[in-house]
Design a binder for this molecule. Structure first.
Ligand code: BTN
Length: 275
């Protein structure tokens, strides 16, 4: 088992890497262990926590992924992170949120490590055939108006694991910043870069969608690939053409028709493996 005592994760260590005027400096909390940073952030958001509230954990006992999956969150090796935002808009104006976060996370990883990951539609950061990180965005709504009350942005990044550190069931498809770059990474440096990029993203979230989606398409390794689309028991095959402005994947099927598929309805696999 790899052990990296030299990759600490403390609020002061992260703050030391942020500009003095960074607006979310004082709302960073770091936990040794938590059930799920997203679950806790949603609770805080329901109780009025301000935009920029940030929860970071060294380990999660109930880390959650999309589609009801769990997210493996061992201690000492990853960053498990949630941020509360309060965009003033209708839910339909945030269809691109997960894509915007994915681009921001590619920027952050590139800044911290020199390596730019790809994006497997819709929410996985990958390097080669291995998943480095996952994103889980969740919204709360104002009763009555239906407008967005808050968005919780959750990101889990594998930083320091060696391949043999991953459990056997995910070992073939999981990677870390260490396996991707060959270098030990500072988790604090990665966390600080994530915060800076997410704050930048938040500034243009409602006005800069088209530019964000253009960046997303450039980073998205799913495009141009033959894919399997899984919806319940049904599996269909097609070619991923593009991602539309709402983040739906536009797929060409063998009979020549195209469909824009929603990430809530289907999961995507490469024809010959995870990516
Ligand atoms: C996925 O791969 O399906 C998404 C994984 C998201 C995991 C992160 S870790 C921090 C935050 N808290 C959670 O419980 N989940 C997200």
């Amino acid at each position: 088992m790899t052990n990296f005592p030299d990759s600490p994760l403390t609020p002061d260590g992260i703050r030391a890497l942020l500009p003095a005027d960074f607006p979310w400096r004082d709302t960073i909390q770091v936990f040794d262990s938590i059930d799920s940073t997203n679950t806790r952030a949603k609770l805080l958001a329901e109780n009025g926590a301000p935009e920029g509230t940030i929860l970071i954990a060294d380990t999660q006992t109930g880390g959650r992924g999309r589609r009801g999956r769990s997210f493996h969150s061992p201690a000492g090796t990853g960053i498990y992170f949630s941020l509360i935002l309060r965009p003033d808009c209708l839910p339909g104006e945030l269809m691109h949120l997960t894509c915007a976060v994915a681009v921001a996370m590619c920027n952050a990883v590139e800044t911290a490590t020199g390596l730019r990951p790809g994006i497997k539609w819709i929410n996985d950061l990958v390097f080669g055939k291995r998943k480095l990180a996952g994103i889980l965005t969740e919204l709360g709504f104002q009763s009555g108006t239906g407008r967005v009350a808050y968005a919780v942005i959750g990101v889990g990044i594998n930083c320091c694991q060696s391949t043999e550190d991953f459990p056997p069931d995910i070992r073939d498809m999981a990677g870390s910043l260490y396996t991707a770059t060959g270098n030990l990474v500072s988790r604090e440096r990665v966390a600080a870069a994530m915060l800076l990029e997410l704050q930048k993203m938040n500034g243009t979230l409602l006005t800069g969608r088209d530019a964000m989606m253009e960046h997303y398409r450039k980073d998205c390794v799913t495009l141009g690939k033959e894919i399997s689309l899984v919806r319940g028991d049904q599996i269909r095959h097609g070619t991923a053409l593009t991602v539309d402005p709402q983040g739906a994947l536009v797929v060409l099927f063998p009979d020549g028709h195209t469909e824009a598929v929603n990430s809530g309805e289907v999961s995507v696999r490469g024809m010959y493996g995870y990516v």
